[in-house]
Write a new protein. Structure first.
Length: 345
């Protein structure tokens, strides 16, 4: 069972309570784990909040405001560290080797169908991969004979409009995290990638399919439409006509047809799938991390704007990266005919 200390993100009022503590006003010591009170202010809005424990502490007799402030600030850090240390997934496996995080959807008896709990875990997993310094790239795949065979129909069958809308927004939010990750994401499609599985694969930066992969958006056969971005990403990848053909027929296509349409970028023998995906990510990791992130952001934002605006985005990123240590290291290494050593600065 996963330990999750995330009742909410600290609200403005909660952060304000901390900032108004007399220790802050008097310049007292910052909480353990913080170098300054300014760092507390900056991190409070994204750290799992400790308001419930803080309220208990405030009820203790004889506890000064400075002590309350100090203890509660320390709890912000402690709870975050506990949550990371105890992150355990029920429906995923998460492994890190050579700076590559491999996230495997692990419900093989259900063909890795996306129930609500799995969507939450995928959201947590990509958050973890994006924020950990020892991770530079993400490989996403499925256990058994499916990548992800779609949504969990047993949950969908009883949904009302409000629940459906909420479920769609949660899935879209999770999928978007893979798409906007500043670290490269590769989908290793080992089998069925249908419905939500196809939508998840489309959000990854590169898609590599095994010879046995099957892809499609068959939601119309259930009386619904794709809910995790399929109607938006599919035409961006394969064009309006091909996308509508797949969406309106619910057709499931094989790896060769997916490659012909541009839905996947490469087909490899099933036995080599993970090796090929891993080697691709290793090649990416040989480059400057800030430049990788810049490419991803420029492409992602540029697709939703005009060519002129996209060119301006590119120029801005080009200029910004020219101020980095990585740019100086890369150019100097090239001139010196040696391998660069990038430090993400």
């Amino acid at each position: 069972m996963r330990v999750d200390f995330r009742p909410s993100v600290a609200s403005d009022s909660e952060v304000g309570r901390y900032q108004r503590c007399s220790a802050l006003q008097s310049g007292g010591r910052p909480p353990i784990g913080f170098r300054s009170h300014q760092e507390v202010r900056e991190r409070s809005s994204t750290t799992p909040d400790a308001q419930h424990l803080c309220r208990i502490i405030q009820l203790l007799p004889g506890t000064s405001k400075d002590a309350i402030c100090y203890i509660c600030g320390t709890l912000f850090t402690a709870l975050a560290l506990i949550r990371i240390a105890r992150m355990v997934y029920q429906f995923l496996t998460f492994a890190v080797v050579d700076r590559i995080a491999t996230i495997t959807v692990n419900r093989p008896d259900k063909l890795n169908a996306l129930n609500d709990a799995t969507i939450r875990e995928l959201s947590d997993a990509i958050d973890e991969a994006r924020t950990r310094d020892d991770i530079g790239a993400i490989l996403l795949t499925g256990a058994g004979r499916a990548f992800v065979a779609g949504a969990d129909i047993s949950e969908l069958s009883g949904q009302n409009p409000l629940v459906a809308n909420k479920r769609s927004r949660a899935g879209q939010g999770m999928v978007r995290k893979f798409e906007t990750s500043p670290k490269p994401t590769v989908a290793a499609i080992n089998g069925f990638a249908l419905g939500g599985g196809c939508e998840l694969a489309m959000a990854c930066h590169v898609r590599i399919a095994s010879e046995f992969a099957k892809l499609g958006q068959p939601e119309v056969k259930l009386g619904i439409i794709p809910g995790y971005g399929g109607t938006q990403r599919l035409p961006r990848l394969v064009g309006r006509g091909a996308a509508l053909r797949l969406l309106l027929t619910g057709e499931i296509i094989d790896a060769n047809e997916a490659y012909r349409l541009g839905l996947v970028d490469q087909i490899v023998p099933a036995a080599q799938l993970i090796e090929v995906a891993t080697n691709l990510l290793k090649a990416m990791l040989g480059n400057a991390p800030l430049a990788l992130a810049g490419c991803i952001e420029a492409v992602d934002r540029g697709l939703d704007t005009t060519l002129e605006e996209g060119m301006r985005l590119e120029s801005d990123a080009f200029g910004l990266l020219s101020s980095t240590d990585d740019m100086r290291e890369g150019t100097q290494a090239f001139l010196a005919k040696r391998a660069p050593v990038f430090n993400s600065r």
